[in-house]
Design a protein around this ligand. Structure first.
Ligand code: FMN
Length: 153
């Protein structure tokens, strides 16, 4: 059994919907070899990351940067996980109003520092909220869980 961890910032109803859509996608009925845990950043720590075989990070963009809670998560897990988790598959989605560039660059720098393996071009959910965002997040969850189950990441 593989363990997939989703750490998602959920400051609004929309962002909670997105995170839960990722979880639903990962729990696809045809996938029985992956156990998925969704945690808010403050509830997630090194113990969860060390146990994970793959991770999906979901962040909002705030002040042209990742959310403060996701930054705090990275600060708490960085050194405790640095040696053991190199090569861990990682996917990213960003919910933003107008421009997610700062967030994308900042998260990618940290992921590079951690030597995690990036498995998608970040899913960017931009502008006014659209119902289709949920489907995109669900697909992301299924894609990552299926890849982990199949051992292709
Ligand atoms: C304090 C604050 C700062 C924000 N800064 C940015 C920003 O720099 N760039 C951006 O694209 N969106 C920014 N946003 C928009 C948020 O990313 C967006 O509100 C959040 O993803 C929640 O989306 P929702 O309205 O669909 O719930 C900001 C929001 C808040 C509350």
């Amino acid at each position: 059994m593989k363990n997939l961890l989703i750490v998602a910032n959920m400051p609004s109803a929309n962002t909670a919907t997105l995170a839960n859509a990722v979880l639903r996608g990962a729990n696809h009925k045809d996938l029985d070899g992956v156990e998925t845990l969704l945690l808010a950043p403050l509830d997630a720590g090194p113990e969860h990351v060390l146990k994970a075989d793959g991770i999906i990070i979901g962040t909002t963009e705030n002040f042209a940067y990742m959310s403060g809670l996701i930054e705090d998560f990275f600060k708490r897990i960085y050194y405790p996980c640095l040696e053991e988790k190199q090569g861990m598959p990682c996917a990213l989605y960003i919910r933003e109003g107008t421009d997610g560039t700062g967030t994308r660059i900042a998260v990618e720098k940290i992921i590079t520092g951690l030597a995690w393996k990036t498995i998608n071009a970040p899913l960017i959910l931009k502008g006014e909220y659209q119902s289709g965002f949920g489907s995109e997040c669900k697909e992301l969850g299924t894609m990552v869980a299926a890849g982990l189950e199949a051992g292709i990441f």
